[in-house]
Design a protein around this ligand. Structure first.
Ligand SMILES: Cc1cc2nc3c(=O)[nH]c(=O)nc-3n(C[C@H](O)[C@H](O)[C@H](O)COP(=O)(O)OP(=O)(O)OC[C@H]3O[C@@H](n4cnc5c(N)ncnc54)[C@H](O)[C@@H]3O)c2cc1C
Length: 398
């Protein structure tokens, strides 16, 4: 029966990073994962790393994005893992004059708060991204944004954790969790029991199911995201690409309520906006996605949504017009109902922690989320920025 000081449930980027930074602190840590490392959202995402700077008064969002950027850089540049990391920058396409006004105000207010972003004319944007549409009103440029391969990066965090002494158990599905009299936990997997002094729930979209095993309501729901890829093409898209349409629409109505997370593309079956993100991978595939839909744990691809997304992407990069989708896929993102991540200690249980609810940007924010939680567990003191993600009062008894 494996025993450890800390046991992490979930081998996505949040769990793998928590394991790495606990092991680096010399803690005895084990991680159990139902499938392979990076077999869920952390392996199927678009690989975009969002970052716009620390700003004048860094908040949790700044720590998660800028901190994670540094941790990705360390993997690629210092530790020698090839995770296809590039600080490529990013362009956000503006399709209408209403969107232009919204983005112009956003850029002005964010620059005034010390963030690094700019409004470009189509001509200026084409100088750095030649294939984008010259006939749109403008583009927002965020030079700090980056990209990496999701599977390689997540597995590199797990490999670095292993090199630092963490024990990683793939193909171990957790089926039950029971508290022990000494404040620790017994965790039942299909391949035997694990015991630990402290437990970390890092089970992504499945976190609520682990919560139920502990008599807890964890307010994380699965939201389906889906993507498509062109055949391999010569290099022609250099930055990450997105569109202002969804953020403009969500700024007027984010659609969230007691049972629905904010900022989805659909309400039930009905589309409320179009969302877009994409980039060209090192293997030449141009990949795009965007839809965010509540469909339970269904990971099948909705091809109507893929066609809408292909049309949207072609408006921004006209050469995509007529290039077929060579493959499509979907994954489940862990959205919280209030839109804030859950990173911290669950105060109603002994030695129980959670790192999750990283929603649609958990690849880019997961490394620092795991590091901040590891620092908390190791020192016993909550890093001040984690007040914004505190489970206290949000994770409740069933
Ligand atoms: C299509 C798509 C595109 C995206 N694009 C981006 C992007 O470009 N940039 C970005 O920043 N984010 C993006 N995201 C979001 C990002 O992928 C997620 O926020 C992030 O990967 C969440 O990481 P996680 O470790 O919390 O969850 P996951 O990666 O889902 O990991 C949780 C792990 O827990 C395991 N698990 C669950 N239950 C059990 C159990 N009972 N026993 C053992 N193990 C269990 C699962 O198998 C899984 O591996 C995208 C997501 C999708 C689906």
């Amino acid at each position: 029966m494996p025993e450890s000081e800390v046991l992490i449930i979930g081998g996505g980027i949040a769990g793998a990073s928590t394991a790495l930074y606990l092991a680096r602190r010399g803690r005895d840590v084990a991680l159990v994962e139902r499938g392979e490392i990076a077999s869920e959202a952390s392996g199927v995402n678009a690989g975009q790393i969002g970052a716009i700077g620390w700003g004048d008064m860094p908040d949790l969002s700044a720590y998660l994005t800028m901190g994670s950027l540094r941790l990705f850089e360390e993997l690629q540049l210092d530790l020698g893992y090839d995770i296809e990391f590039r600080q490529s920058g990013s362009l956000t396409a503006i399709h209408t004059l209403e969107q232009y006004g919204y983005i112009r105000d956003h850029v002005h207010s964010m620059r005034a708060r010390g963030f690094d972003l700019a409004l470009l004319t189509p001509r200026e944007a084409r100088a750095i991204e030649p294939e984008i549409n010259p006939n749109l009103p403008g583009y927002m440029h965020t030079p700090l944004r980056a990209q990496a391969d999701p599977v390689k990066a997540t597995r590199a965090f797990a490999a670095a954790a292993r090199s630092s002494g963490a024990r990683i158990f793939a193909n171990h599905e957790v089926g039950g969790v029971a508290p022990l009299a000494d404040g620790g936990y017994s965790v039942a997997t299909g391949r035997g029991e694990f015991r630990c002094g402290a437990l970390v729930v890092a089970a992504g979209a499945w976190s609520a199911r682990i919560g139920e095993m502990l008599g807890l309501r964890i307010p994380i729901v699965p939201v389906r995201g889906q993507m498509w890829a062109t055949p391999s093409l010569p290099p022609m898209v250099f930055q990450t690409i997105s569109s202002a349409e969804s953020s403009h629409d969500w700024s007027m109505d984010d659609g969230g309520d007691a049972r629905t997370p904010p900022e989805l593309t659909h309400r039930g079956d009905a589309r409320v906006t179009r969302h877009l993100y994409g980039r060209q991978r090192r293997n030449g595939e141009i990949i795009f996605g965007g839809d965010r839909q509540l469909v339970g744990f269904d990971k099948s691809v909705d091809h109507t949504g893929i066609e809408v997304n292909r049309g949207h992407a072609s408006e921004v990069i006209p050469l995509l017009n007529g290039i077929p989708a060579a493959r499509t896929w979907a994954g489940l993102m862990p959205f919280t109902l209030d839109g804030q991540p859950l990173i911290g200690r669950v105060p109603t249980r002994d030695n129980l922690y959670i790192v999750g609810g990283l929603a649609s940007s958990g690849f880019g924010r997961g490394p620092m989320a795991g590091k901040l939680l590891a620092d908390y567990i190791h020192t016993g003191h909550m890093p001040h920025m984690l007040f914004e993600s505190d489970p206290d009062g949000r994770v409740t008894d069933l």
